[in-house]
Write a protein that binds this ligand. Structure first.
Ligand code: ADP
Ligand code: MN
Ligand code: MN
Length: 173
């Protein structure tokens, strides 16, 4: 069944600004912000724990099952670092936010992440892990993937305008 409002996945390395961006976008559109990492934590959508990084390893099936009914209704902003476990049929646009190494480093330090976790995330950004994950997951599909810089306030405003425009001009079908 066609959605009356689009589903937009906002992905990228931790610290690129997904949550900041989604909050601003949810405030200026009728889209609902789904902060998936928070859902994973609160609803315990994991079965494994990463001892080295001291964080949960989300369970793809559990997260998919939690998101599916929401995405079927449409109008969701999915805020998550991972994308490959989602079905392209549930999505209308994928936005991959990017940040420079020094920007990301500073943001993660300010978050008081342990050094190993800062390093791992900065490396993931350098190797464009999230972008490649989305490209590989959806390469055989028609789904648009927008890679947008997110280092500055100006970048965020530009990205907001582009995505607002997309949401406004979305027609079911
Ligand atoms: P994520 O959800 O991807 O982990 P956050 O939205 O929590 O990232 O942002 C991480 C930090 O970077 C926050 O302190 C936020 O204020 C800052 N930030 C995010 N986007 C921008 C931007 N475009 N310009 C400047 N600072 C930003
Ligand atoms: Mn976040
Ligand atoms: Mn599919």
């Amino acid at each position: 069944m066609a959605r009356s409002k689009p589903n937009i996945l906002v992905t990228g390395t931790p610290g690129v600004g997904k949550t900041t961006f989604c909050e601003a976008l949810a405030g200026s559109t009728q889209l609902q912000h789904l902060e998936v990492s928070k859902m994973v934590r609160e609803r315990r959508l994991y079965k494994e724990w990463d001892d080295e990084l001291d964080c949960s390893i989300f369970d793809e099936e559990m997260v998919y099952d939690a998101l599916e009914p929401l995405l079927e209704a449409g109008g969701c902003l999915i805020d998550f670092h991972s994308s490959a476990f989602l079905d392209d049929g549930l999505l209308d646009l994928v936005v991959v936010l990017r940040a420079d190494t020094s920007t990301l480093y500073d943001r993660l330090e300010r978050r008081h992440y342990p050094e190993s976790k800062v390093k791992q995330n900065v490396e993931a950004e350098i190797f464009q892990t999230c972008l490649d994950e989305a490209r590989e997951a959806f390469e055989e599909t028609e789904l648009a993937i927008w890679e947008l810089p997110h280092d500055t306030e100006e970048h965020m405003q530009e990205a907001l305008e582009r995505v607002q425009e997309f949401a406004q001009s979305y027609t079911p079908g």
